[in-house]
Every structure is written in structure tokens, then in C-alpha cells.
Design a protein around this ligand. Structure first.
Ligand code: DC
Length: 234
């Protein structure tokens, strides 16, 4: 573990399955910081929308009015599970950590996270958590919208096939029955929606540092970010 003189906020943004969360978790552990997965919050809202028939998960048709009316009933927060040594996502006090990773949620989350009124609410939750400092948060708009003053901003990328391959292996390990082509299509579709949506599209903050990790292993990425942290706060 590395002790730093002052606690900072580290924002890690980038494409889906670019390895943001792996790197974010590892650097958080190394610095003894708290890791927050902002994507989990959008996934939790999506699960809420599926359960309440706000979105049809098959054709992504959304009842926007109903979502707008019910969004204030959504509370998302994290609780630390000491057995698993990780933060788990809670939707209205129910642990939904497993369910929000399922394909049905992945397939629909981009359609829910494009609404400004959904984002506003999630950003408020995230900024509240950030008041503590000493956190690493990953997502799409952390360096641009949530914490524009974060002391260290990283923007991660890797080519779509590499990202789909990683996601495929991850899901296979969990015995989820999906094909590589389905995953690649999901990755490409999400990239497109995330980049072209009107509200907070995925884009690199001007002061963030890009990391293309297509050909880097985990240790190389961790060494790279540790060096940056040391340069900033030693
Ligand atoms: O990081 P992830 O793949 O679990 O994120 C799920 C979705 O949530 C992703 O398709 C885009 C959206 N998202 C977002 O719009 N803003 C964030 N800060 C994090 C995620």
C-alpha cells in the first residue's frame, strides 16, 4: 500500500469493458481509497425500470413520463461487504449487485442513462459520495461533469474486439450463455449510444490523460497510474 500526503479524487472514464473498473479497484486498493462504480447506479435504475414496466427490455421502448414520475422513488447506494472485500450496489435497500450485471440490464442501460433527469439524480448521489475525498470513481462523465476539479483524470480505451473478448471471458467464467458476436454487438452499440447521446456524451476531458490498454497487462497499467499519482501528490 502507498500512503499519500493528501487524499484526492481520481476520475476514470472510458468505453465499456475498457478495463476501467479493474484498474480503478486496483489503484483504490493500492492507495487505500474507496472505489465507486458509477455505472452500477445507472444499471440499478435500469433494473428498476425493467421491473416497473417502464422499459420493454425486448425493444427498448420507454415510457418516459412514467420514468420521470418514478425517478424520485429510486435510491441507489453502496455498502461494503467485508466477506467479499467489495462495495455492493443497493437499489432501495435491496442488494442488486448480481442482477445488475445480467445481459438484460446491459442491453438496456444505455437507453435509460441518456435521460438528463436520470443523470442529474445520479450525479447528485455521486457528488455526495465525493465530498469525502480519497475516492476513485469510474464512469463516462466523471472527469467532465461529476468532478471537473478531480486532481487526476484518466480516459481509457482499447479496441472494440479486445474489449468484447474481455467481456466474453468474464461472462463465460460466470457461466453466462452468450456468444462472442452478441457481446461485440453490445459493445459497439453501447459505444455508439454513449458517444452520441445529447446529455453528457462520453468524451475525454481536455485535462485527462489517455490510456490505450489494448496491449497492456494489469500490472503495467497499475504501474502507469501509480507513477501519475506519485507525480501529483507523492
Ligand atoms: O460502466 P458500465 O458499463 O457498467 O456502465 C453501464 C452503462 O451506464 C453504460 O452503458 C453507460 C452508462 N454510464 C453513464 O452513462 N455514465 C456513467 N458515469 C457511468 C455509466
Amino acid at each position: 500500500m502507498i500512503q499519500t500526503k493528501k487524499k484526492i479524487i481520481i476520475a476514470i472514464d472510458g468505453y465499456s469493458s475498457s478495463g476501467k473498473s479493474t484498474l480503478a479497484k486496483e489503484i483504490a486498493k493500492t492507495l487505500d481509497y474507496k472505489y465507486i462504480d458509477s455505472g452500477a447506479m445507472y444499471r440499478a435504475v435500469t433494473l428498476f425500470a425493467i421491473r416497473n414496466n417502464i422499459i420493454d427490455p425486448k425493444n427498448h421502448q420507454i415510457d418516459e413520463e412514467k420514468l420521470r414520475n418514478l425517478i424520485n422513488q429510486v435510491q441507489v447506494n453502496f455498502k461494503y461487504n467485508s466477506d467479499k472485500d467489495k462495495q455492493e450496489t443497493y437499489l432501495n435497500e435491496e442488494n442488486v449487485e448480481e442482477e445488475i450485471r445480467e445481459m438484460e440490464v446491459s442491453d438496456n442501460v444505455s437507453f435509460i442513462s441518456k435521460y438528463g433527469f436520470v443523470r442529474e439524480k445520479m450525479v447528485k448521489f455521486q457528488q455526495e459520495i465525493g465530498k469525502e475525498k480519497g475516492i476513485v470513481m469510474d464512469g463516462r462523465d466523471i472527469g467532465t461533469i461529476v468532478f471537473p476539479n478531480a486532481e487526476l483524470k484518466i480516459f481509457m480505451n482499447a479496441n472494440a474486439k479486445v474489449r468484447a473478448e474481455r467481456r466474453y471471458l468474464e461472462l463465460k467464467e460466470k457461466n453466462v450463455d452468450v456468444s462472442f458476436d452478441e457481446i461485440l454487438e453490445n459493445v459497439r452499440k453501447r459505444d455508439h449510444i454513449d458517444e452520441t447521446r445529447e446529455e453528457s456524451p462520453l468524451k475525454k476531458a481536455s485535462d485527462s490523460i489517455e490510456l490505450d490498454n489494448s496491449n497492456m497487462n494489469r500490472q503495467e497499467q497499475l504501474d502507469w497510474i501509480v507513477r501519475l499519482v506519485k507525480e501529483r501528490i507523492g
